[in-house]
Design a protein around this ligand. Structure first.
Ligand code: CP
Ligand code: NVA
Length: 304
């Protein structure tokens, strides 16, 4: 059975922590860990970071990548997910998928005989969470002492961030309007993980009290790919914008994160995004380093 990465918990705590240590230690390294391997990227949504960082990661490790837009595959004309997975498994050594439904991704993985990686679904974004945790751990060795506050829409990025913090034992507060909270299944998952790790998972609707004592503030777009831009949602989310005033209520050393792409003036004020406390560009670069280690773990040549 191939090893997939469809959600954060497809890796255990120790694997995630050692992956992150390796990503920090091997930053910029090139090797032959993926020599002779061919990866396919099947994307049904746009991407800058995920597409390019995985492609470059594979090249740094001696592998090859091909980008396969869903609309140009027979998948877009009705060939089944299962048949596509079986056929591509005969040519490729791994597949990275960005799509809408987590269930479609799972269906693909169930019929694939090579590792499948989630490059974002409507429900989850686990590769983003790996690079987020790597970035946090570049500032703090002891993750149990870190307080991270996510503000805004309780979306795919929030779910995977909450999951990885719960798995490794960090403290995370998810601060959203009540009707835009993370789904109940995601909260239950995180609470289950936290019970084992000692993590503290909080949910709140009040941004000002949430950010008190925060080491990191994190936000994401208010309208994810595939969602309609409903004006009421923008109004509901306005108090959750990361701006200078909200940031001034966190620790003076607080750093600001965003998975990107950002909409300055919506979820984040331009002065914060481009200010001295922002670490968003390092966070984006870390996608490359963390994903190289993920590729090595799931499909790397031994001892390359
Ligand atoms: N953060 C992220 O996944 O960015 P892309 O949509 O550009 O891949
Ligand atoms: N929540 C965003 C993340 C983009 C990387 C989306 O799904 O569009």
């Amino acid at each position: 059975m191939p090893r997939h990465f469809l959600k954060v918990t497809d890796l255990d705590r120790e694997e995630i922590l050692s992956l992150i240590d390796a990503a920090k230690a091997n930053r910029g390294e090139q090797s032959a860990a993926l020599a002779g391997k061919n990866l396919g990227l099947i994307f049904s949504k746009p991407s800058t970071r995920t597409r390019v960082s995985f492609t470059v990661a594979a090249y740094h490790l001696g592998g090859h990548c091909m980008f396969l837009s869903e609309s140009e595959l027979q998948l877009g004309r009705g060939e089944t997910i299962e048949d596509t997975a079986r056929i591509l498994s005969g040519y490729l050594d791994g597949v990275i998928i960005r799509t809408f439904s987590q269930r479609d991704l799972e269906t693909f993985a169930a019929s694939a005989s090579v590792p499948v990686i989630n490059g974002l679904t409507d429900e989850r974004h686990p590769c983003q969470a790996l690079s987020d945790l790597m970035t946090i751990s570049e500032f703090y060795d002891d993750l149990s002492g870190v307080k991270l506050v996510y503000l805004g829409d309780g979306n795919n990025v929030a779910v995977s961030l909450m999951n990885i913090c719960a798995l490794v034992g960090a403290r995370v507060a998810i601060c959203t309007p009540e009707d835009l909270a993370c789904p109940e299944w995601a909260l239950a998952e995180a609470r289950g993980l936290a019970a084992a790790s000692g993590a503290r998972i909080e949910t709140t609707t009040d941004p000002e009290s949430a950010v008190a004592g925060a080491d990191f503030l994190y936000t994401d777009v208010w309208f994810s790919m595939g969602q309609q831009k409903v004006p009421e949602k923008k109004i509901r989310l306005q108090p959750y914008q990361i701006n200078r005033k909200l940031l001034s209520l966190a620790k003076p050393s607080c750093r600001v994160m965003h998975c990107l792409p950002a909409h300055r003036g919506e979820e984040i004020e331009a002065a914060v995004m481009d200010g001295p406390q922002s670490i968003v560009f390092r966070q984006a670069e870390n996608r490359l380093h963390a994903q190289k280690e993920l590729l090595k773990l799931l499909m790397g040549n031994a001892q390359a």
